[in-house]
Design a protein around this ligand. Structure first.
Ligand SMILES: Cc1cc2nc3c(=O)[nH]c(=O)nc-3n(C[C@H](O)[C@H](O)[C@H](O)COP(=O)(O)OP(=O)(O)OC[C@H]3O[C@@H](n4cnc5c(N)ncnc54)[C@H](O)[C@@H]3O)c2cc1C
Length: 364
């Protein structure tokens, strides 16, 4: 049986970041990732400020995106130029490996293995894991569940998974873009939007819906509307969790990133918040107070997530509301406030209040 102070399940941005912070403080940490070659289907867009904040080298950035385009159901378009920052595009496989390697350099033990279930999950925690086809046990004081939207740790504890929106994405190699495009319209995206994202090579195009069964037809409809070649469809369905803000820790088991549903409503931005959750979980464990994790996360992000959930529920409910959203985003002060909220991640309460006030008229 292996023994450690902290066992982290999942080596994506959330788990690797927790491992980096714990190992840096000399805490005995094992990071378990079931497949080092796994590449998460993801646009790989991260606000550039996150790189300095979290000590990640900027040379991993493949593209700087400074333009955003919103297109309404009735084809009204708004182009927004980002100021004071940009969306950095990374290649997810490369980015996740870099974070894991950094955790290793700082002293974490990396093991390619899958979590199966718990032998015990009370005062003592013993996990059963699959290493090279053999089941082994790892005993630990703390366990961090960073195993993504289909979290096996949640299921093993009898906890429900977050509700989710389903996405279907395709990569188109022989196309190019320097703008992130968000297309609204119920004919091709339900309770969601369709998008074009610049990639390191080519673009990714995708759409979202609460019903996975209608995604193929919707992606085709989006391709038609956007004028994309519908033949290049090597597609993948993947879930984005819908945030509810209920799950932080169960005693010494902490949930972070997609496993905790920590994806920003409306924008579906999850990488930055997954990494910050990893940092906060590590800080709470270092302090020996796992319940601090919830306090740290809520203090920094709860108001922002609540506001965005309200806006998401309102603006993504039908075409009329999406039309209003794009029309509102024509106003310079709304563009500026939205981009600040996206690119600057400080918890400045005044900025949040002024942002909420902009939209109050519409929501009431
Ligand atoms: C189509 C799409 C586009 C997106 N685009 C963006 C974007 O542009 N910007 C953005 O910020 N967010 C985006 N997101 C959201 C973002 O991808 C996630 O929020 C982010 O990856 C969450 O990180 P995580 O570490 O919590 O989970 P994940 O990245 O899912 O990592 C979980 C890890 O756990 C491992 N794992 C799972 N089960 C086990 C197990 N039993 N044992 C061991 N390991 C296990 C997996 O292999 C994986 O490596 C997008 C999501 C989708 C679906």
């Amino acid at each position: 049986m292996l023994r450690t102070k902290v066992l982290i399940i999942g080596g994506g941005p959330a788990g690797s970041t927790a491992a980096r912070f714990l190992a840096k403080e000399g805490i005995d940490t094992i990071l378990l990732e079931r497949n080092f070659s796994f590449v998460k289907p993801c646009g790989g867009g991260i606000p550039d400020a996150a790189f300095d904040e979290l000590g990640i080298p900027r040379n991993i950035i493949k593209k700087d995106v400074k333009n955003i385009k919103l297109v309404s159901p009735l084809n009204n378009a708004v182009d927004i130029r980002l100021e004071g920052g940009f969306i950095a595009i990374v290649k997810r496989g490369e980015f996740d490996s870099l974070l894991r390697e950094d955790a290793k350099v700082k002293g974490a033990q990396l093991i390619e293995a899958g979590f199966n279930h718990f032998e015990e999950a009370g005062k003592q925690i013993t996990a059963r894991v699959n290493i090279n086809g053999k089941e082994e046990q790892i005993r630990t004081d703390y366990l961090i569940a960073a195993d993504g939207v289909n979290s096996r740790v949640r299921l093993a504890l009898g906890l429900k998974l977050s509700s989710a929106v389903y996405t279907l994405t395709t990569k188109i190699k022989n196309d190019n873009a320097d703008t992130c495009e968000f297309w609204f319209g119920e004919s091709h995206a339900r309770k969601s939007y369709s998008w074009i994202f610049p990639e390191a090579e080519g673009i990714s195009a995708g759409t979202g819906s609460s019903d996975p069964g209608e995604l193929k037809g919707m992606l085709k409809a989006f391709f038609g509307r956007r004028g994309l070649n519908a033949d290049s469809t090597a597609t993948r369905i993947y879930k984005v969790p819908l945030w509810s803000g209920e799950l932080y820790n169960k005693d010494n088991i902490l949930f972070i990133g997609d496993a905790a549903g920590q994806v920003m409503p409306l924008t579906y931005e999850g990488i930055y918040y997954a990494m910050k959750a990893g940092e906060f979980a590590a800080m709470a464990i270092i302090a020996g107070k796992p319940s601090d994790y919830k306090k740290l996360w809520r203090k920094r992000f709860n108001s922002r997530f609540m506001i965005m959930r309200k806006l998401c529920d309102y603006f993504l409910r039908d075409d009329n509301s999406a039309e209003k959203l794009v029309s509102l985003c024509r106003r310079h002060e709304i563009q500026a406030a939205t981009m600040k909220l996206w690119l600057e991640k400080s918890s400045d309460g005044r900025k949040l209040i002024s942002f909420a006030n902009f939209f109050r008229k519409v929501l009431n």
